[in-house]
Design a protein around this ligand. Sequence first.
Ligand code: PLP
Length: 416
Amino acid sequence: MNGLATAGGGADVMARYRGALMGTFGTPQRVLVRGDGCEVWDADGNRYLDLLAGIAVNALGHAHPALVGAVTAQMSTLGHVSNFFATGPQVALAERLLSLLGAPDGSRVFLCNSGTEAVEAAFKMARRTGRPGVVAAEGAFHGRSMGALALTHKQAYRAPFEPLPGGVVHVPFGDADALRAAVDGSTAAVVLEPVQGEGGVVTPPPGYLAEARETCTAAGALLVLDEVQTGVGRTGAWFAFQHPHVGGTADGGTVVPDVVTVAKGLGGGFPVGAVIGLGERSGTLLGPGDHGSTFGGNPVACAAALATLHVVERDGLVEHARKLGAAWRADLAASHPLVTGVGGEGLLLGLRLARPVAPALAAAALEAGFVVNAVAPATIRLAPPLVLTQEQADSFTAALPALCEAALRTSDGGDA
Ligand code: PLP
């Protein structure tokens, strides 16, 4: 039986899932078989508006012809080579990332396959400074491999796997004084998400990143910005730190990080990640033999990323995410008294709920044909494809009051 067979419907695949897959992700919500644009279909023929995009990944939606074409053409030409050889797509992607970041001379890219790997590479860059310390933020999520996990804050993820790589301390996110107090001459790097994603869709106060930059510069530490979730237009800027209210500086400019990590939306659904070292110092931290990856820089992944970036630019999707997100958040905020506010930027939004009923709301939404995510007990995350239309956004806004009522009923008040 091949992976597309759904003769027995979702129940059959779910039963086989339980018998074949490790239980790391709990019980999947549905078995999905097909996607088109912002919609997906399950094995029982039900259609959903995808407002999560594989957790901020499918920037162009599902089955976008440009992405399908680029991957197919590259796979038909040259699917994989080892890193003993170079390919055009690999070089073009690195150049494109440097250009999007306005990277100064000496900047360099390491290509990998996921956000976690990008963070691992950044962690190794930090170690290569020769200093032992790394400062990260409370609420941070940077991945689950041992190094990335050391930077991730959530105790439930960390505790079973200790000891983790040492030297990492966490300080309250958005508190520039706490950050300054934690950084000294032994600090190799400060690692921050410009907008926390898994931590509940949280934008730090204006000026925070600029102060973090100053703190790092004064101490000679690297400022690492993890744009895995926020990069590639997701927040209405190519990178979230480029928003004036996120990464703006007092002189009207924007912070220049030392290291940026990217993944998720970069490949539009094809696994690819990158760490970019900005400037001569960061660009040379990892030298010959310091790091590697069999698949990193794979030409098909690079072709997927180039196609994604091309369409995002050609179709004005960064601007679209910014404008649609701004209008949508206002509508969402006014939709029902359960929604007390909307956090986030662009098309990475967090609906703040007056009660911890986000899981019940997400379940009600799924029943009603909307894929959303309960990222925290009282926060619903929306991270739809960047090609979401106003009409599609409106359809969720219109459904939201009834979903809120259903969530409140299901959870019996939700005060538990
Ligand atoms: N960094 C951030 C900010 C993330 O949001 C994530 C995933 O959610 C990661 C790193 C890990 O990325 P991946 O799941 O692609 O390994």
